[in-house]
Design a protein around this ligand. Structure first.
Ligand SMILES: *[C@@H]1O[C@H](CO)[C@@H](O)[C@H](O)[C@H]1NC(C)=O
Ligand SMILES: *[C@@H]1O[C@H](CO)[C@@H](O)[C@H](O)[C@H]1NC(C)=O
Ligand SMILES: *[C@@H]1O[C@H](CO)[C@@H](O)[C@H](O)[C@H]1NC(C)=O
Ligand SMILES: *[C@@H]1O[C@H](CO)[C@@H](O)[C@H](O)[C@H]1NC(C)=O
Ligand SMILES: *[C@@H]1O[C@H](CO)[C@@H](O)[C@H](O)[C@H]1NC(C)=O
Length: 621
């Protein structure tokens, strides 16, 4: 264990540097301070010999009187409180006047934030907080002023946030152990000469600074996405700035200056002096602040803020280019991935109204909606920013070739998906009563799946802000029979899209006709629906990938029926959303025994054909 070497290290260090130790005459004061320190600890049974008595000497040569004290030549030099089941708070103030060269509280039961004010312990040369439950972000200035610090051991805790920049202010640092925490972002430009820095098993990403390229590769394992020596080389990815906004006027002088600054600070990185590292860091910060104003607008308070410049500089991957513009995936320094969607034809309303509508979308919150995080407004271009959803879209699961380790969507999963879609849609209807098309663009590629296959609707409620002709040309709602024939949409139009989605989900067939771009007879869904209805025994229609058991067929048939009702040509006879949602909610994974027999025993298509006949009431077992 590293701690066992700390004492011997200290000895060597003192011998080599002839450090002077304080006189022991202050031992009474030290004892008082230690007792004060003990008060804020819990479960101190192991410190029973720390008694309120008038101790003349805490140390008898190298042997402490009190458990856990470190002594050298009769002088108190530190605390080593390891594996004692301690908890509570580390009261730095009461330690501030001790000659504390080493402090270890490893392998206890501490939790909560990094001890506040720790940098008051100016003599500290080694700090061991490993193997506890410390958590939260460490303030950037936590180590400021600790010029003597050589060893910082924080491994096996739950620290989050960035690696604190003040670690760059420790000129003597030789051993930094941050492994097995949850530090995010990029690695600082450590400049200290003989530093060993274990950063493994965190959530770090980005390039490994050149100064650490000769470190053991194991120091970097288990992070999100680190690259560069000693790991694999970094692929030069284009930044969003370059691919998304090359034409945009956002490259103002300030931003250009900023980029130059970044490049210069990178170039300059060769003879790394820590002041330079720090200065350039702060300069970056300042510059981004300057550019931030009025650019990126966050609609949700609880989301971690990031600056547009960070977003623009993040390495980006083109996800695709849809009907309204391209989208990009950007991984930020905080480790989270975002999707940036770029809309060019979104000028239906003025700035005020646009902000108002986006704020309204920002207030929406439902487990089946992917929330808007932020947006960026310019007259001729808007960016909408959401979190990245890992598992892709329903469309890709239904229609793309599966990779070998990807599972097919079975019936219970599809049922959960359609229920989630229905709930999300019902929520939009409830929250956006003034919109004719609360969604407007419901289709399988706009239903994303999270890692548990929970559906998340995207691209909802954009009709009010999109340019009319663009919306009419591309949005699903405008492919509906009522629009293609009568040029109008209703509150039942989204129900029609839901119907198509249900049929697509059950059959695994892509509704190509109706998703074709532009208007005209090709947008007519009839052939597709008819091809489904005309099928023989309807279960032949069902996607084989569902792994249908006969015991679920009744429920699948019901869903098919619901889909047909939602696709009813005439909006008057089409179900409204409430009814569709209620019927969907009633569906179960498996048939009860009588459900199953009512379909399976008839042995012909009669009951199925009856479903598409309007005169026969909705059949229910
Ligand atoms: C401790 O005492 C030994 C023996 O007297 C001496 O050689 C050594 O220099 C002392 N160390 C320190 C750090 O004072
Ligand atoms: C208290 O400390 C003892 C060892 O000193 C340990 O076994 C025990 O788990 C601790 N209890 C709590 C509640 O921390
Ligand atoms: C650690 O502390 C928590 C309270 O913070 C307590 O519930 C738990 O029992 C302690 N665990 C051990 C092993 O001491
Ligand atoms: C890196 O560290 C691992 C584990 O501590 C060790 O086995 C390996 O030999 C080291 N490699 C080098 C090149 O030092
Ligand atoms: C760095 O930390 C990891 C995780 O604890 C460990 O597996 C690895 O051996 C460490 N590397 C070295 C060289 O100590």
């Amino acid at each position: 264990m590293a701690s066992s070497t700390s004492y011997s290290w200290f000895l060597t260090f003192c011998i080599l540097t002839a450090c002077s130790l304080p006189a022991s005459s202050n031992d009474r004061d030290y004892a008082k301070a230690l007792l004060k320190f003990k008060e804020s600890l819990t479960n101190t049974t192991m410190l029973a010999d720390w008694q309120d008595q008038l101790v003349d000497k805490l140390c008898s040569w190298n042997t402490p009187k009190w458990t856990g004290c470190l002594c050298l030549n009769g002088s108190f030099i530190g605390l080593r409180l390891e594996g004692m089941g301690l908890g509570g708070r580390i009261d730095v103030n009461s330690l501030a006047n001790l000659p504390l060269f080493s402090l270890s509280v490893m392998s206890n039961n501490f939790s909560g934030p990094f001890p506040s004010g720790l940098n008051k312990l100016r003599k500290l040369r080694s700090l061991y907080l490993a193997n506890n439950g410390f958590n939260g972000e460490i303030p950037d200035n936590a180590f400021s002023g600790l010029k003597a610090m050589r060893k910082v051991v924080l491994r096996n805790n739950m620290f989050t946030g960035k690696i604190p920049i003040s670690l760059l202010e420790l000129p003597r640092l030789v051993d930094l152990q941050l492994q097995n925490n949850q530090f995010r972002g990029r690695i600082l430009d450590f400049w200290q000469g003989n530093l060993r820095v274990n950063l493994s098993y965190n959530k770090l990403q980005g390039p490994i600074p050149a100064t650490l390229s000769n470190q053991n590769a194991s120091f970097f394992f288990g992070n999100i996405n680190l690259c560069g020596k000693p790991l694999h080389p970094c692929k030069p990815k284009k930044s969003i700035l370059r691919i998304a906004l090359t034409t945009a006027a956002v490259t103002t002088f300030a931003l250009a200056a900023f980029i130059v600054l970044v490049i210069i600070s990178r170039r300059r990185a060769k003879p790394l002096q820590y002041e330079k590292s720090i200065n350039s860091f702060y300069k970056e910060k300042e510059t981004s602040k300057k550019n931030e104003h009025g650019k990126l607008y966050f609609v949700r308070n609880e989301m971690e803020g990031f600056e547009l410049e960070e977003l623009l500089r993040a390495s980006a991957e083109v996800l695709g280019s849809g009907s309204f513009g391209s989208s990009y995936k950007a991984v930020l320094f905080n480790g989270l991935s975002y999707v940036v969607r770029r809309f060019r034809q979104m000028s239906n309303v003025g700035k005020e109204e646009f902000y108002e509508h986006m704020r309204r979308l920002g207030r929406l919150s439902h487990p089946n909606l992917l929330p808007l995080v932020a947006f960026y407004y310019r007259k001729d271009e808007k960016l909408l920013i959401t979190q990245f959803v890992q598992n892709g879209s329903l469309a890709s699961h239904l229609h793309s070739k599966r990779s070998p380790n990807q599972r097919a969507l079975d019936w219970p999963t599809r049922l959960r998906i359609i229920k989630g879609v229905a709930r999300g849609l019902a929520y939009l209807y409830k929250e956006l009563p003034s919109l004719t098309l609360p969604h407007g663009h419901l289709k399988s590629s706009n239903v994303l799946l999270d890692s548990e296959y929970k559906p998340l609707l995207v691209d909802y409620a954009l009709v009010p802000v999109l340019n009319k002709d663009r919306a009419h040309q591309f949005m699903v709602a405008y492919k509906s029979p009522e629009y293609t024939q009568n040029d109008h949409v209703t509150r039942k139009t989204d129900v029609w899209s839901l119907g198509i989605l249900i049929l697509e989900l059950l059959t695994g067939q892509f509704p190509a006709n109706y998703l074709r771009q532009g208007r005209g007879p090709s947008a007519d869904l009839a052939p597709w629906v008819n091809s489904i209805v005309k099928g023989e025994w309807p279960s032949e229609l069902f996607d084989k990938d569902m792994n249908l058991g006969i015991s679920s067929e009744g429920q699948m048939l019901r869903l098919l029926e619901i889909g047909m009702r939602c696709c009813e040509w005439n909006p008057e006879r089409r179900w409204d959303l409430r009814e569709a949602v209620e019927r969907i909610e009633e569906l179960k994974e498996r048939d009860r025994h009588d459900d199953y027999s009512s379909y399976a025993s008839e042995g012909d298509t009669h009951s199925y054909r009856a479903m598409s006949d309007d005169n026969v009431p909705f059949s229910r077992a």
